[in-house]
Design a binder for this molecule. Sequence first.
Ligand SMILES: Cc1cc2nc3c(=O)[nH]c(=O)nc-3n(C[C@H](O)[C@H](O)[C@H](O)COP(=O)(O)OP(=O)(O)OC[C@H]3O[C@@H](n4cnc5c(N)ncnc54)[C@H](O)[C@@H]3O)c2cc1C
Length: 405
Amino acid sequence: MQSFDVIVLGGGIAGVSTARHLQQRGKNVALVDVRDPGQETSYGNAGIIEASFVLPFGFPAPRRFKDILLDKDASARVDLVFLPRMLKWLLDFYIQSNAENRSKNGVFMRPLVQDAVAEHQALMKGNDAEKYFCKTGRVKIHRSKASFDGDAFERETLTKLGVPFEVLDPSEFAKIEPNIKPIFYKALKLSSSARVTDPGAVVAGYAQGFIAAGGTFIKGDAATLTQSGGKWEVAGAQAKDVVVALGPWASNLLKPMGYNFPIGLKRGYHQHFKGAAMNHAIVDADIGYVMGGCTKGIRITTGAEFAAQNAPKNPVQISRVLPHARELLDIGEPSEAEAWLGCRPCTTDSLPIVGRAQHHDGLWFNIGHGHSGFTIGPATGKLLAQMMTGEALFTSDAPYRPDRF
Ligand SMILES: Cc1cc2nc3c(=O)[nH]c(=O)nc-3n(C[C@H](O)[C@H](O)[C@H](O)COP(=O)(O)OP(=O)(O)OC[C@H]3O[C@@H](n4cnc5c(N)ncnc54)[C@H](O)[C@@H]3O)c2cc1C
């Protein structure tokens, strides 16, 4: 049995960032994952570092919700057999979706997102991750005036919080994104966001930095975690402290231990296409998907699917968005036969769960990163490392505390 100060379970963006920040504060850390780092949710996302985030996603408007239930919508899908198991989560999410709660939760997210680009750049130094970084971030496209006007609340919130943005006509947008066809009404350019062209490789790069600085990576299964004599043991490693950063798998370990967090899984797909180049990650707001240039081609990522975590793939949302994506860009043919599927681990208030467990000594959480986990992973990793080492916190942990539910 090898002894460490801390074991971190999960090698996604949350776990790798936590491990690196603990290491930078003098801790001897073992990072444990069943796979290599950055192979799951942190691999398949849209790669946006969303420093311009001001409002979490809300419950869909009644007409859209009806279409979702009737399985006619591209932005979201519900497996009706699974729906009863999601009802409590959906009700709590609905309550958190009114304008007041969304604004409040958006403000609580700001300390985690506002410096997200700098937090990523700090972890990129000296490893392979840096070559995937692009300064150009997210642009939201509205296809009609009605859609643009309907989104005024986001622009008002951006203005109120001092987050920079530009509203561009198709002709102005063509100067920075020449391959996108001018079939839309306005583009909202969020200038403080950035993106990466291979999020999985970026997380692998951060893990490479952790290992090069003396950190230990162990292939092992978190399900074998035990506690005895004041130490946690897993995969041949032992430590006084253990961090759970298992993303969408966290509840499998934590529920039997008595922690029943409201983490709903929103499944999402991506597929790559061989088509024309693009410089930004484009959110097609009216249809509900994201399209951006990646190392494997144009990556199209879909919105939410509510279905059991292990249910077979149903990439119907990809087929539904494709005709719309082709209106905007010559995306060409798919460069892979099958779509990738992953799960966003979403809390009802859209805030992550970061901090000390209530009922077990030496147990810590960094989970529930939802739609924005790639963005905030470095910041939540830093915050948790500061808590665990007694350092002054860069922001209050109150909004993210595990005992808030
Ligand atoms: C389609 C899609 C698009 C997205 N786009 C964006 C975006 O553009 N920007 C953004 O900020 N966020 C985005 N997200 C959200 C983001 O990807 C997630 O919030 C984030 O990756 C979660 O990171 P994580 O480290 O918590 O989980 P993960 O990356 O899933 O890491 C969990 C790790 O735990 C490991 N594990 C599982 N079970 C065990 C076990 N039993 N033992 C040991 N290890 C185990 C897994 O192998 C995995 O490596 C998107 C998500 C999806 C699905």
